[in-house]
Write a protein that binds this ligand. Structure first.
Ligand SMILES: Nc1ncnc2c1ncn2[C@@H]1O[C@H](COP(=O)(O)OP(=O)(O)OP(=O)(O)O)[C@@H](O)[C@H]1O
Ligand SMILES: [Mg+2]
Length: 257
């Protein structure tokens, strides 16, 4: 029997808050699913925004990523099938305590990698939505991943945080996971009419020595509306410029899956 191909694991991370990590995770996941890929999304944030945005109420979740990380249940037992052909490992506010519980444990950075191991054969791609921090949970995501996507708002006056994140990536590669590569910075909330946004985008390419994914994701109010009904912008607003941009970015990443 042919050996099943294993999923490619990709972290969506930036310790800066509100840069569209969760929106990008849900939208790229939906785009990959539209393209026939088997997709698992992992909510690794105690805010549980991804869980909410897929129409799952975190307060009603019985087993979540928290129990899977602590070895109290199998990760497969936490998976919820959602619309748009996507599976979800949900989060709850309990995850806020996981960081402290993991800290004294041996091999604490490997908890996610080892929890995901049993489901790698069931998916083509696993996207991990990180919280806005560089704590032990984000280190777990980077340790479990082959790829990293860094969403970055084009509205930001300063993106100093990206340098710190790339330093962390270098440490992770040296100490924990040699396979990690930065797939690219994903410019989000881009307003092509703003000269500031155009300058931020033009400057990005050279500044960090990592790829800039194309096209940038335009700023559009559609994104604020989608999570309210538990579906991503790709199905609520199929032809909006935001949905089209995420599809194009996903298509560009397909050769890596
Ligand atoms: N392209 C866009 N245009 C307009 N609004 C957007 C866009 N992308 C995301 N948003 C909105 O910006 C806000 C922050 O997005 P999101 O929750 O995805 O960011 P995040 O990086 O995951 O935040 P956190 O750091 O809190 O996890 C949300 O209200 C979302 O609807
Ligand atoms: Mg988020």
């Amino acid at each position: 029997m042919a050996r099943k191909k294993k999923a490619v694991v990709v972290s969506v991370a930036n310790q800066k808050g509100g840069v569209a990590k969760t929106t990008s995770t849900a939208s790229l996941g939906a785009a990959f699913a539209e393209g026939g890929k088997r997709v698992l999304l992992v909510d690794l944030d105690a805010q549980a925004s991804l869980t909410f945005s897929l129409g799952v109420d975190p307060d009603l979740v019985e087993t979540s990523i928290n129990e899977a990380l602590l070895g109290q249940c199998a990760l497969a037992d936490t998976i919820i099938g959602c619309d748009e052909g996507i599976d979800l490992v949900p989060s709850t506010i309990d995850l806020a305590g996981a960081e402290a519980q993991l800290l004294p444990r041996p091999g604490r950075e490997y908890a996610l990698q080892s929890a995901l191991d049993e489901v790698l054969g069931d998916y083509d791609v696993i996207l991990v939505d990180c919280s806005p921090s560089l704590g032990v949970l984000t280190l777990n995501a980077l340790t479990a991943s082959q790829g990293l996507i860094i969403p970055m708002s084009c509205e930001m006056l300063s993106h100093r945080g990206v340098g710190q994140l790339l330093d962390t990536v270098a440490d992770v590669r040296r100490l924990l996971n040699k396979k990690l590569t930065v797939w690219g910075i994903l410019p989000t909330m881009y307003d092509g009419r703003s000269s500031h946004a155009r300058e931020v985008l033009a400057d990005l390419g050279g500044r960090y020595g990592v790829p800039v994914l194309d096209p940038p994701i335009p700023r559009t109010v559609r994104f604020a509306e989608a999570p309210a009904i538990g579906r991503s912008i790709l199905s609520t607003s199929r032809r909006s410029k935001g949905a089209i941009a995420y599809r194009e970015v996903a298509t560009g990443l397909l050769p890596r899956l």
